[in-house]
Design a protein around this ligand. Structure first.
Ligand code: PCA
Length: 197
């Protein structure tokens, strides 16, 4: 059976939930899926991701994070070799203008078929788009770490990063866009199916 590793993040920035983990955990019992929760910290999240890849030896890895303020599921096309944190991570670390891999390339492209994944999410009736920046915080750090692993050690692994919007309960006044966690989960199912096709 195809082995699929999905990761989501713990809450950060004063939020009570992170819709990335809320959605990923709804896929935990899907065939072939291992769901792993990552700390929202620069240091431990990458270690947790690499350990999970070692443990599960996946064919596909989709890492998922929250992107507050976005309207749809965003397939990240690019990961940059830069940590530049606007707020401290959950361990209180706030790197500014630091490379992730000092000898690594400036950026990597996702090895997910991002356009096909967007089309699949839209076909499932949900908004989606390609994003050309995953930011410079913990999500980009994980996207770069994954891409670097694929480039240097696991050439047959396919993987990339996806951002999901806030869950509705995070924006009770409705002044920012949100997506039901069940919809985000179904969107992620479409991403996985397209990535494996
Ligand atoms: N979103 C943050 C980090 C964790 C998360 O869910 C980001 O976009 O970097």
């Amino acid at each position: 059976m195809t082995r699929i590793l999905l990761t989501g993040f713990e809450p950060f920035g004063g939020e009570d939930i992170n819709p990335s983990w809320a959605a990923v955990s709804l896929l935990a019992d899907d065939p072939g899926v291992t769901a792993v929760l990552l700390d929202c910290t620069f240091d431990s999240a990458a270690k947790q991701l690499l350990a999970a890849v070692e443990r599960t030896d996946p064919d596909l890895v989709v890492c998922v994070g929250q992107a507050g303020g976005t309207v749809g599921i965003e397939l990240e096309r690019v990961a940059v070799n830069l940590d530049d944190a606007r707020i401290p991570d959950n361990a209180g670390r706030q790197p500014v203008d630091e490379p992730i891999e000092p000898s690594g390339p400036a950026a990597y492209f996702s090895s997910l078929p991002v356009k096909e994944c967007v089309a699949a999410v839209r076909a499932a009736g949900l908004p989606a788009s390609v994003s050309n920046s995953a930011g410079t915080y913990v999500c980009n750090h994980i996207a770069y770490t994954l891409a670097h692993l694929i480039a240097t050690e696991r050439p047959t692994l396919r993987g990339g990063f996806v951002h999901v919007p806030y869950a509705p309960q995070q924006v009770p006044s409705g002044n920012q866009p949100s997506m039901a966690v069940t919809d985000a989960a179904n969107g992620l199912r479409a991403v996985v199916a397209a990535a494996l096709a």
